[in-house]
Ligand binder design. Sequence first.
Ligand code: GYE
Length: 325
Amino acid sequence: MFKRISALLLAGAVTMTMAGCGGDGGSGGSADDGKITMGFSQVGAESGWRTANTKSVQDSAKSAGVDLKFSDAQQKQENQIKAIRSYIQQKVDVIAFSPVVESGWDTVLKEAQSAKIPVILTDRAVDSADTSLYKTFLGSDFVEEGRKAGTWLTEAFKDSKDPVNIVELQGTTGSAPANDRKAGFAEVIGADPKFKVIASQTGDFTRAKGKEVMEAFLKANPDIDVLYAHNDDMGLGAIEAIEGAGKVPGKDIKIITIDAVKDGMQALADGKISYIVECSPLLGPQLMDLAKKAVKGEQIPARVVTEETTFTQEQAKEALPSRQY
Ligand code: GYE
């Protein structure tokens, strides 16, 4: 008797969960065949972007009914490799990770492939020649982001006859966004020799490093016109360095950044940053959708590119009140 009642209750609960899943995840109507387990290896907690990305992944796992095993690699590749190996041992259904750097993944990816566990790259890419080692790569087009930054700069300085002295704060050395944002920017400004990158160094995507490296740039170069920072956080750290050196960010030195997290957008609205290229961290819902399909063995596209925009100071003022992150 008790057994029958609890079985009935359980059946009701399962139906409700399934209805909830279909509604939230929007995964396309077909009945869910139970919880899947995802092992996720995050890069770290280096920036506002990363915090928002982690929240998006965790929230969407919950609403998609995915059992998430999460680990933070503190920006170290060896920690990510360890996490992936442990997910393989635990026989998770799917592995997703955001590779801190592009190279050096083939061995561990082959181990996942031999264990028949599908792998999804999220946010950052790897440079493995064998693309069968992962099912898909979900994330931004970082080269395009660099191009957008360069295009704004060439427009803003189109009437200037003088050389334009640019300093660049690069992201984590060897990471896809650092490599690609540098390349896209260089491609566009390279068309006109008046644009000169007089110093370029990594600030590891953090505020503290951005400040430290900008201080050194300012000491070595008295006439910087423009700072191009590969993310908002490094730009925000650099603003402190610029103000500390008695200069006015946005006036004496124009600043272009990438991401468009709230603090960056605030500095843009305040006139300290001149232009931001958006990079969306809200990858969670699409990731869960792709993961479910990959586990079911369904065909998924090899590349899913995030939709993004750009912000001027005026646009930042408008967008700020409804900004989610
Ligand atoms: O731009 C930066 C973060 O990989 C796109 O990583 C991401 C980058 C993002 O630390 O803020």
